[in-house]
Ligand binder design. Structure first.
Ligand SMILES: [Zn+2]
Length: 130
């Protein structure tokens, strides 16, 4: 029987091992993107990644997405990593909450000023802007 010619995933290539269809890392570390493996290996270490996969068989997808994301974030921001992304998003959310609060106050102010005008136009309420 002929063995299918499968390109070794980046993790197996790094270990100089033959990759198989059952390789738990092949999906996450394709041969055409070795940098992804290098980043995760540098931050977590291959043995730890394999141990975490074994310890979390029910959520390998979530685990691997998290490890890859964290490794990429750590490369972009070596000091804050993914925490930096969270902090930036929290700052943006705070800024948007402040803008929303101001917009609501402005809307309330406009509504209360037009209510006075509407009460004058009680005879023809269709002219009310609301
Ligand atoms: Zn592999």
């Amino acid at each position: 029987m002929e063995v299918p010619n499968i390109a070794a995933c980046a993790a197996c290539r790094h270990q100089r091992r033959r990759c198989s269809e059952e390789c738990p890392l092949a999906r996450w570390f394709p041969p055409f993107d070795p940098q992804r493996f290098w980043r995760v290996n540098k931050l977590f270490g291959l043995k730890n990644v394999l141990r975490m996969i074994e310890e979390n068989p029910g959520n390998v997808e979530g685990l691997m997405r998290s490890l890859v994301y964290e490794a990429e974030a750590r490369e972009r921001d070596p000091v804050r990593g993914a925490c930096g992304v969270v902090q930036t998003l929290e700052q943006q959310a705070d800024q948007l909450r402040t803008e929303l609060k101001l917009a609501k106050e402005k809307l309330k102010s406009i509504q209360s000023s037009t209510e006075g005008e509407c009460s004058k136009l009680e005879a023809s309420p269709s002219h009310c802007p609301r």
